[in-house]
Design a protein around this ligand. Structure first.
Ligand SMILES: [Zn+2]
Length: 279
């Protein structure tokens, strides 16, 4: 379980707001070495900016939280080698931070990728400029304005009697997990349409009793996972081999290697198992 951090020390002794510096180098997050597991996001307020002179003037205000002001500094491709700092992938951070803190990191990373991807106007090609009062990029030539993209993805735990449908996706090859089915919502679809279509496409079955469960910001790179529980309604397992390596209905007392409950996939599986055991 991720450790919980206390709310003390989140303001300095004068009552002034602290600054938390979210610094990214390429696709990794810079944190003081070994400090996250001790003091959580508070560790970011102790970063010495002297080592990162070039980018400080481009620092971007993100938001305020109970920790203080969140500030984004993007080093782009610049490599950092400094004994006081280490670079974590976002997936490594997911395993270390409590969920509310991971959401702060997810926001900072999604803003960083947004600013990287919108230097030039997609409509006329002119340089874009950051809007001062909101997170947006604006083109002064054609007035096109862009906001950070959030791509909704549905993720579904399917129950069949006292078993749960789990699949090993092509993308899960390295982790070896069997997980819930997931896919992007397409233009013009409702979330419910996406649930029916994705499950039919990936494993060939129909579902019913679709029930909203919860959601999770998923910054890989800019998704929100919208979780549902559903019941099997019919059809044989026919796998889309481009997406799914293996799929089966598993006995809840004999589950394969599944994702941890840090992810909504893990929590959907946990909830389905709990309901099966209760019934
Ligand atoms: Zn333009």
């Amino acid at each position: 379980m991720p450790r919980q951090f206390s709310n003390t020390n989140r303001k300095d002794i004068l009552g002034m707001s602290k600054k938390l510096h979210f610094i990214f180098s390429d696709n990794r997050w810079l944190v003081p070495t070994n400090a996250l597991s001790v003091s959580g996001l508070d560790a970011l307020s102790h970063i010495s900016l002297g080592a990162f002179n070039a980018q400080i003037e481009d620092a971007v205000h993100i938001t305020h939280s109970g920790y203080g002001e969140h500030v984004l500094i993007d080093l782009y491709k610049e490599q950092v080698e400094h004994a006081d700092y280490e670079l974590l992938s976002l997936r490594e951070a997911l395993g270390v931070l409590p969920p509310p803190d991971f959401q702060h990191l997810a926001q900072a990373w999604q803003y960083a990728t947004f600013l990287r991807h919108h230097k030039y106007c997609g409509q006329c090609g002119a340089q874009m400029h950051k809007v001062q009062w909101e997170m947006a990029m604006h083109c002064h030539r054609c007035q096109h304005r862009c906001y950070p993209r959030v791509s909704p993805c549905i993720i579904v735990a399917v129950r069949r009697d006292d078993k749960i449908l789990l699949a090993k996706g092509v993308r899960h090859q390295t982790s070896g997990f069997f997980s819930t089915l997931a896919g992007f919502v397409e233009s013009g679809e409702t979330l419910e349409h996406a649930v029916h279509r994705e499950i039919k496409e990936e494993v060939g079955v129909e579902v019913t009793n679709i029930e909203y469960f919860g959601s999770q910001a998923w910054p890989f790179p800019h998704s929100i996972m919208v979780g549902f529980l559903a019941d099997y309604a019919g059809g044989d397992l026919v796998l889309d081999k481009n997406e799914i390596l293996e799929a089966d209905y598993f006995d809840v007392d004999n589950l394969p290697n599944i994702p941890p409950t840090l992810s909504i996939a893990g929590r959907l599986i946990e909830e389905t198992v709990k309901r099966i055991k209760k019934s």
